[in-house]
Design a protein around this ligand. Structure first.
Ligand SMILES: NC(=O)c1ccc[n+]([C@@H]2O[C@H](COP(=O)([O-])OP(=O)(O)OC[C@H]3O[C@@H](n4cnc5c(N)ncnc54)[C@H](O)[C@@H]3O)[C@@H](O)[C@H]2O)c1
Ligand SMILES: [Zn+2]
Length: 718
């Protein structure tokens, strides 16, 4: 087979690009002859890349488009058709390293269609030769690489690739390492002396993923799909190396067999469906369980469509279904061309890959500060949608795949999976492509970016970054953080859009009157919200820490940190090494240290403190907060905005003490709803003051708050 050097490859690449562009517009290159000549040159090149190199540069859909174009031109202009045309033969898939073996029966390709209309036409066409009740066996079209197996006297004798259809490559050594191909099978018991079985060798999606990971780890470019990986593996010269990669096989066709003297052929082999069942019984991997026999076009179409929906949930790749005339006698009647059998057709699924040009890369800031590079490509239709933006995920992936601006890129979109770049088509490089430069500053707020220890992703850690602020406010107010009921996502968005809040600190400056004036809000709900915010000022420190949304700092770490630090702004002076210890590893320590090293974040913390937000861990009070020193408290009934534990914590944070029962030592009884016997008992003692929840909250307000606070805080006690 012809080999291509890089210069020839580059020329054929750009010729292909130009052909595809013309084909999409329905135009010839210059005239019919020049178009056909160009197709005769590029198709064998892509066959070489696909079959020999296992590294195609076109998507199958694009290749099939060029192929169909040539077939059509040959039909319309038979005088211009070449004798060795790819339309009339199986593509040459013979390398040189392995020895060639002749096939007993030619191994052909399949005719294919991409739409159900053509599938219906094909069924109608076959019925003109067979008869109207013909049945069809539908089975998955496995996206692997074809093999032929020969068994003699029950033993596996030989395994071969399809090669050029007439002869294939001897891959017996590699075949023996595939678990789903038995070394022997009980054919003799059925009277079968020799048999040739055909099928497909595959790599599961899972094995493929780890296969590519390994390639990247060894500085090798990832392969585009499991098919290329399987084909490449099967043709490896060293079976030990091939055995490392987990290949599987499905067998779906008996092409040839001889019977022992006087034994009749097994009835099962008279139909395609029976053959699959028999192979399964003999211990081969087969599509017996997924097959379906139908007798109408409607049934066939429906099965194809239902299978296409299941495509992504299968453990291996399929690229369509194969529809085969079920009856072996009818198959013989239909016969074959030099390219494909007439009794089978492939219904191919919508393409999921396409080539496009990468024009530029933008950097988007995620809702929690992650910086994601996004490739802007020329719009291209893949799997039924137009794709123009493709995430490049992170800097490492760009480096691993060596993606550059100006590259032609192979883009895939599989089912629900977001589109991604399989690989750049390096053969199409012109030398003008440029490396993708990662920004050092946040593209939204201009803050220096940080890459956490051991991570691949850069982050903007500025809590007031415009790109993140909404999400961060929602997190800050969430149940496990500051627990501000009434500040869920939709309300936060509303306040933000109405300019009532702009960042986390501004929550504590929220104007009750303005909230009440919003649509669907009223005095009462606004006042409730302000009450919740008031309560949030006194939340235990771990809630504030968790609410800041520091990477890797969940509830547990927040607790550990609160205990460790005592007064939150002190963290600004801590190095990662000071933070490490119980429950805080190097990665978390570094992330915390980055967060507090950020001046903007410290400014925000200072502002929060000025607005009365508690910065002290329980038991680490500052002098200024000793407002309840020497005072004793007790709670009765249900409090509206606090749990008992939180209330007790507040008392202790301000130097007070919580008693367990009404006694002479008690100064204050805080009375909630459904107050019980404690209230009755305390009412008898004039020295004990009864407080409502709102009065209590006023008492625990820290002094800083009192200085700046001009707003009246109301908590409605039901
Ligand atoms: N992207 C490229 O550059 C490029 C180049 C060459 C070929 N190709 C692709 O390969 C196709 C041609 O390759 P091909 O000749 O191997 O044809 P094919 O892959 O479209 O179909 C024929 C093959 O399907 C396989 N198959 C899987 N499940 C089967 C089943 N249940 N029953 C029968 N066969 C089953 C067999 O190996 C058979 O040889 C093209 O249509 C194109 O999509 C792509
Ligand atoms: Zn930012």
């Amino acid at each position: 087979m012809k080999q291509y050097n890089s210069k020839q490859a580059a020329a054929l690449q750009s010729l292909s690009e130009s052909l595809l562009a013309h084909y999409k517009k329905g135009r010839l290159l210059k005239d019919t002859k020049s178009t056909m000549d160009a197709l005769y040159r590029v198709i064998p090149y892509h066959d070489w890349r696909y079959y020999i190199k296992s590294d195609p540069v076109l998507s199958d859909y694009e290749y099939d488009g060029l192929f169909a174009w040539l077939r059509q031109l040959e039909k319309e202009h038979p005088a211009l058709a070449k004798s060795g045309s790819p339309v009339k033969k199986v593509a040459e898939g013979l390398g040189s390293a392995l020895s060639a073996v002749k096939h007993k029966v030619p191994m052909l390709s399949l005719e294919n269609t991409y739409n159900t209309q053509n599938l219906g036409d094909w069924i109608t066409k076959t019925r003109q030769v067979t008869h109207h009740e013909s049945a069809y066996c539908l089975e998955p079209k496995f996206d692997g690489t074809g093999i032929s197996l020969i068994y003699e006297n029950d033993r596996l004798l030989r395994g071969a690739t399809r090669g050029d259809g007439a002869a294939g490559e001897d891959i017996t050594g590699n075949i023996r390492n595939i678990a789903s191909i038995p070394a022997s099978a009980p054919f003799a018991a059925l009277g079968i002396a020799t048999i040739e079985i055909r099928g497909e060798v595959l790599m599961s999606k899972k094995s493929f993923a780890s296969f590519n990971q390994e390639r990247i780890a060894h500085q090798l470019p990832p392969m585009a799909n499991p098919r290329n990986a399987a084909a490449g593996t099967l043709r490896m010269i060293h079976p030990e190396a091939a055995a490392q990669r987990k290949l599987e096989a499905v067998l779906y066709h008996v092409s040839y067999y001889t019977m022992k003297k006087g034994r009749p052929a097994p009835a099962a082999l008279k139909t395609q469906a029976g053959t699959l069942d028999l192979l399964a019984k003999l211990g081969f991997g087969t599509p017996a369980a997924q097959k379906k026999v139908v007798t109408s076009i409607r049934e066939a179409v429906r099965y194809c469509q239902s299978f296409e929906k299941k495509r992504d949930s299968l453990p291996y790749e399929i690229d369509g279904l194969v529809i085969k005339v079920n009856d072996a006698t009818e198959q013989r009647l239909l016969g074959m061309t030099s390219h494909h059998p007439r009794w089978a057709v492939a219904y191919k699924f919508k393409p999921r890959q396409a080539n496009s040009k990468l024009r530029k890369v933008i950097f988007s800031v995620g809702r929690m500060g992650a910086i994601t590079p996004v490739a802007k490509i020329d719009p291209v239709a893949i799997g039924g949608v137009t794709v123009s933006s493709v995430s490049l995920f992170n800097e490492k992936l760009i480096k691993d795949k060596d993606i550059r601006v100006g590259d032609t890129v192979l883009v895939e979109r599989a089912g629900d999976v977001i589109p991604y770049i399989v690989k750049p088509v390096t053969e199409m490089r012109k030398g003008t492509e440029t490396n993708i430069r990662f920004p050092s500053k946040c593209p939204v707020c201009g803050h220096a970016l940080e890459k956490p220890f051991g991570e691949q992703i850069w982050y903007c850690v500025n809590i007031n970054c415009q790109a993140q602020v909404l999400e961060r406010i929602v997190h800050f107010a969430s149940k496990d953080a500051m627990d501000i009921t009434g500040m869920g996502e939709s309300h936060v968005r509303e306040f933000y859009e109405q300019k009532l809040i702009k960042d986390i600190p501004s929550i504590f400056e929220l104007n009750e009157r303005k909230v009440a004036a919003l649509e669907r809000w009223g005095k009462r709900s606004a006042s409730n919200l302000i009450g919740m915010i008031e309560r949030a000022r006194h939340q235990p420190l771990q809630r504030l820490i968790f609410g800041l949304g520091i990477h890797y700092v969940g509830l547990t770490t927040a607790k550990v940190l609160a205990k460790k630090v005592g007064y939150l702004p002190d963290l600004a002076r801590k190095k990662p090494a000071d933070l490490r210890g119980e429950g805080i590893g190097p990665k978390v320590a570094e992330s915390i240290s980055h967060f507090f090293a950020d001046k903007e974040n410290i400014r925000s913390l200072k502002k929060l403190e000025r607005l009365g937000v508690n910065m002290h861990a329980a038991g680490h009070r500052a002098k200024a907060d000793d407002t309840l020193k020497g005072k004793t408290f007790l709670f009765t009934g249900t409090l509206a905005g606090l749990t008992r534990g939180e209330a007790a914590e507040m008392v202790e944070q301000h130097g007070g003490q919580v008693l367990s029962s009404v006694s002479h030592a008690l100064n204050y009884l805080v009375v909630g709803e459904h107050a019980g016997s404690k209230l009755t008992k305390a009412s008898e003692n004039k020295a004990i003051r009864l407080l409502q929840e709102k009065d209590f909250l006023k008492m625990v307000k820290p002094p800083a708050r009192r200085l700046s606070g001009s707003r009246k805080i109301k908590i409605r006690l039901p």
